[in-house]
Design a protein around this ligand. Structure first.
Ligand SMILES: Nc1nc2c(ncn2[C@@H]2O[C@H](COP(=O)(O)OP(=O)(O)O)[C@@H](O)[C@H]2O)c(=O)[nH]1
Ligand SMILES: [Mg+2]
Length: 336
């Protein structure tokens, strides 16, 4: 507080001096008359909550600065928070794999029961891929089973052609005699590739199996599983000796269809899977369903419509390549 005394001839003049020096905010503390050089003068003691003008200016600009800085800090803070959340992986590696069709159960199984990491998971995939391939030795009678249009007939023809070209004595049997066009389709191929073709009925087959002694391999094309040929009818084939059952399935259906197909087959012994339409598999993630427990190994893959060319025996290396096809391995980071 600044206290000052002002003297003038009149009270009005003294007050004018107060206002001039201290401004409108000045507070009058006391007034009195005083004698000075033989004259009576009016004296006002006034005060003001004084802060020098300079300081005032500094303070207000400081205030401005502070509020400016606060705004800057807030926006920086927001920016940092934004950056932090964008730098954070949008998903964990497991989420990323699940997004790409890898079953959560498989991730759990192959990554140390869910506590493991991506490296361990991929290491286990590479190590176990061998077990997902087989069998090495083919049985004499090979049944090709599966749903309609998956590629059973063409797979039978393709494999028969390969075995025949390798010098084996091969016969084809078609049990798909009901469906319109089925007989014509397989006859055309068998004729073209000069393979002996027989037609039979699903119920007769175990008996007729005895008639194929002169062949090394007999490949049997079956009707599509469904109302006309329900799964339970497959049991008829179990009494055939040296037999194996190959479930033909589109590669892209492995994730979704395989579990429901297995439920329908109720424990029927499937020897192997034959994956078709492999050439149009969008991502390997879908194939990780092959690691689910009780899933048979993969024996062959079909990679196109060309008969008999587009067909190959799968190897662990080839299967690993398919599993990794277009598979995104790195957790995604949002672009800054
Ligand atoms: N692109 C492609 N087409 C295939 C493949 N396998 C079969 N096909 C085609 O799918 C259609 C149905 O095949 P088919 O063997 O008759 O199936 P089926 O009903 O299970 O016997 C045919 O036109 C085949 O040429 C494959 O791997 N890739
Ligand atoms: Mg067919």
């Amino acid at each position: 507080m600044k206290v000052q005394k002002f003297r003038a001839k009149t009270s009005m003049e003294a007050l004018a001096k107060v206002k001039e020096a201290l401004g409108e905010e000045a507070v009058i503390l006391s007034t009195r008359r005083v004698r000075e050089n033989g004259r009576w003068l009016y004296e006002i003691t006034a005060a003001i909550d004084f802060e020098p003008e300079e300081q005032e200016v500094k303070t207000s600009s400081e205030k401005e600065n502070i509020s400016f800085l606060m705004k800057e800090i807030t926006s920086l803070k927001e920016m940092i928070l934004g950056l932090e959340s964008s730098l954070k992986p949008r998903s964990t590696w497991a989420d990323l794999f699940i997004e790409q069709g890898v079953p959560a159960k498989v991730i759990k199984l192959l990554s140390g029961n869910g506590n493991g990491n991506k490296e361990l998971f991929l290491k286990n995939v590479a190590a176990r891929v061998k077990e997902r391939v087989g069998p090495t030795k083919l049985s004499k009678f090979l049944f090709f089973i599966g749903q309609a249009g998956v590629g059973k007939t063409t797979s039978v023809i393709k494999l028969a052609a390969r075995l025949s070209a390798a010098g084996h004595r091969v016969a084809i049997v078609s049990l798909d005699i009901v469906r319109v066009g089925a007989r014509e389709q397989i006859s055309r191929f068998a004729e073209l590739l000069e393979l002996p073709l027989y037609f039979s009925h699903p119920e007769d087959f175990p008996v007729e199996a005895e008639n194929f002694e002169k062949f090394d391999y007999v490949l049997i094309d079956t009707p599509a599983l469904g109302a006309g040929f329900p799964e339970f009818k497959l049991k008829n084939f179990l009494s055939t000796k040296n037999v194996s059952f190959h479930l033909v399935i589109r590669a892209s259906d492995v994730a979704l269809m395989l579990p429901s197909l297995f439920r329908r087959l109720k424990g029927f012994p499937i020897t192997s899977l034959i994956l078709t339409h492999v050439e149009s598999l969008p991502s390997g993630g879908i194939l990780f369903g092959l690691f689910l427990p009780e899933t048979p190994p993969v024996s062959f893959i079909s990679t196109g419509e060309q008969v008999p060319e587009d067909f190959e025996r799968i190897t662990p290396k080839r299967l690993f390549g398919l599993l990794m096809r277009n598979l995104e391995l790195e957790e995604r980071h949002a672009r800054l």
